[in-house]
Design a protein around this ligand. Structure first.
Ligand code: ZN
Length: 282
């Protein structure tokens, strides 16, 4: 197993390269590039939150607990319909910090074993999804930039763990027992696998629907096409056989003002009138 410091060094170096590429080649601002670099660095320490004792786990949790509330706070305020004033924001940040730093870390300590499903490719995708969903703003490109940064850092951690499970004894290459336990898709235990894949599907569904790739499911199946059909304001009767809810057409013949001409300009009734002759009674 690679040491915590090696993970951080490796992912931070990758993050620096990624951030520079984002700000130069990919056309993001320097600030966005810097943030992507930092998130890549953080991604490199995330898998070790399952270390139940010792410094790395505590440090990862302190770090995540300090950063995550800033990403989450506006979602929380919107979800609970809380006001966006300074006091509510500050209180929400403190509550979120406390929940993550102590509540979630306690839960992870109890539930996970080291090199369990936190060290896996699905967990990498979940971490990237969380960064994507948490990143504020509607700009999908920057959300993808941040999510990808976390994924790169996370992947670097898994790869480094696998590299460290190869032992070199002179010329003989020997695999440690830990080989294959980091860069994996599923672990040997049933419940953590089910939990991880359920989370994996939920998160990917949320991301894809936010990207607009998936249409959100309609709340109830339409019983009649009248409700389901959108009303085209320009052509209210455009859908044949369907009466839209708002079936009032924009223009009816009676709503068009009729231009009345003076008597002398109106069309003559007969040819004689047209010729200026009076029709004589017989
Ligand atoms: Zn690890």
């Amino acid at each position: 197993m690679a040491a915590f410091r090696e993970h951080i060094t490796f992912s931070t170096l990758l993050g620096a390269g990624y951030g520079i590429a984002a700000a130069t080649v990919l056309g993001f601002t320097p600030t966005q590039g810097l943030l992507a670099a930092v998130l890549t660095g953080v991604g490199g320490m995330l898998p070790d939150i399952d270390l139940d004792t010792g410094r790395p786990s505590r440090e990862v949790f302190s770090f995540v607990a300090a950063i995550a509330p800033m990403f989450l706070v506006h979602h929380v305020l919107r979800f609970f319909k809380l006001p966006y004033d300074a006091e509510t924001i500050l209180l929400s940040l403190i509550v979120l910090y406390t929940i993550i730093r102590f509540g979630v870390s306690e839960l992870v300590d109890r539930l996970s074993i080291h090199r369990g499903m936190w060290h896996s490719l699905p967990a990498m995708v979940i971490a990237a999804d969380i960064a994507y969903l948490g990143y504020p703003g509607p700009n999908i490109k920057s959300k993808i930039l941040m999510g990808t940064g976390v994924a790169i850092g996370f992947l670097s951690h898994l790869i480094l763990d696998e590299i460290y499970s190869v032992e070199l004894n002179g010329v003989a290459v020997r695999l440690k027992k830990s080989a294959g336990s980091a860069l994996k898709i599923a672990g040997p235990k049933f419940v953590p696998n089910v939990f991880t894949f359920a989370l994996f599907c939920t998160m990917n569904f949320a991301v894809l629907s936010q990207m607009g790739v998936l249409d959100p499911p309609s709340p109830e199946p339409a019983s009649s096409p009248v409700i389901a059909q959108p009303v085209n304001p320009y052509f209210p009767q455009a859908v044949p056989g369907v009466t839209p809810v708002n079936s009032q057409p924009l223009y009816t013949p009676s709503s068009i003002p009729v231009q009345r001409y003076p008597q002398s300009l109106q069309a003559p009734g007969t040819l004689q009138e047209a010729a200026g002759q009076q029709t004589l009674p017989r």
